[in-house]
Ligand binder design. Structure first.
Ligand code: SF4
Length: 365
């Protein structure tokens, strides 16, 4: 690779490399339109339309910012796996593949930790947020629970695979193959969340969900597949939904379709024109005042007077000014008058004001 000289060139190199790297990762997950994933169900529980649009309709490049967020999440998973490796037995990116109501499902579990004594298994669903503080969302819990539900239901079936093992096995067989441990069927789960300020919040423990939750999720999965032929018409989230701002299907979403009202045109046009006129007047006024201020300062410096007036006496021009005290002198004075040093800063802070630069006053008489 030749040496890079321009900032934009480096920017492009990084963006293209991250894109290629991310594509490699998504190839491992296969064509997501052909199966239902745990994250699909977690998102569809909030808005089925957004998942259907994303899955069956919208093709093309992801915004780079979103790719970076995903990659940040993957990097965290990777480093968490490496950090835990000396202390815990783990399986990374384990897949559970099963059919339910003739619908193919593939759930990818970020990280599962195996108890060394074989007492049970802990599922970790790692999340990174765009917010400054770690926060727990309903969709995170749904995703973890649907994963634990599948792990519990298909425990003894040949549905499990992981990068470390080629063949599909039952879960106990996979654990025995990897670590030589005979595992009891105890499952719990946690959700570690990191924020943009690199704060960590850990939520849990959670237990596998009951039958009604599982049935609800499988019903959702059937509705998602049914929406394949017309994703745009799928049910959407009414009211505030946290993901609307990031939704690729927002432009065509009925939630944001405007209601046409007769007679509104001239009113809005009038308001628009008034706003434009207001902006033009503000700009002209600012320009005139700037010129006047320069003139005032010039004349004031020459004649040494604060007030200027027109010969008619109708208009006056003056400037406001303030007196300022030297903070250090006051501090010393307070100290000499035996005010405790711990109180001096508080007194000075409470007396402080923010001053404006000298401003002109126009007086119309
Ligand atoms: S814009 Fe909001 S409501 Fe509409 S599909 Fe997207 S997430 Fe759902």
């Amino acid at each position: 690779m030749k040496m890079i000289q321009a900032n934009q060139e480096m920017n492009n190199l990084i963006e293209n490399s991250v894109r290629r790297f991310a594509e490699k990762g998504s190839k491992l997950l296969g064509n997501r339109a052909l199966y239902i994933g745990a994250s699909d169900l977690a998102s569809a529980a909030g808005c089925l339309r957004s998942v259907a649009m994303n899955k069956y309709c919208i093709a093309g490049q992801q915004p780079f910012q979103r790719l970076l967020t995903f990659q940040r999440g993957h990097a965290l998973e990777r480093s968490l796996f490496d950090a835990l490796a000396p202390f815990a037995l783990g399986i990374e990116q384990m897949e559970i593949e099963f059919d339910w109501n003739s619908i193919k499902h593939k759930f990818h579990l970020d990280l599962v930790l195996i108890d060394q004594q074989g007492e049970g298994v802990t599922v970790l669903e790692n999340k990174t947020t765009r917010s400054e503080k770690p926060e727990l969302r309903d969709s995170y819990v749904t995703q973890l629970q649907v994963q634990m539900g599948a792990l519990e239901r298909f425990w003894d079936q040949r549905c499990f695979s992981a990068a470390q093992a080629v063949e599909k096995t039952t879960f106990p067989e996979l654990v025995e193959y990897l670590y030589g441990i005979k595992l009891k069927k105890n499952i719990n789960g946690f959700i570690p969340v990191t924020s943009t300020q690199d704060e960590l919040g850990v939520y849990g423990p959670y237990s596998p969900p009951g039958d009604s939750f599982w049935d609800e999720m499988m019903g959702l999965s059937a509705r998602l597949v049914a929406a394949k032929n017309n994703p745009a018409a799928a049910p959407y989230a009414k009211g505030f939904h946290i993901l609307c701002d990031y939704c690729d299907g927002q432009q065509s979403c009925p939630k944001f379709a405007a209601v046409e009202i007769d007679g509104l045109d001239p009113v809005l046009q009038g308001v628009k024109k008034l706003r434009e006129a207001e902006a033009a007047i503000q700009a002209a006024l600012a320009e005139k005042e700037k010129t006047l201020k320069e003139f005032y300062l010039r004349v004031q410096n020459t004649v040494g007077r604060r007030y200027l007036a027109c010969p008619t006496g109708k208009y006056r021009l003056s400037s406001s000014s303030r007196e300022y005290y030297k903070k250090d002198n006051i501090r010393r004075m307070l100290y000499e008058n035996n005010v405790p040093i711990t109180e001096i800063d508080a007194i000075l802070a409470s007396a402080a004001t923010v001053s404006d630069t000298q401003s002109l006053r126009f007086v119309w008489t």
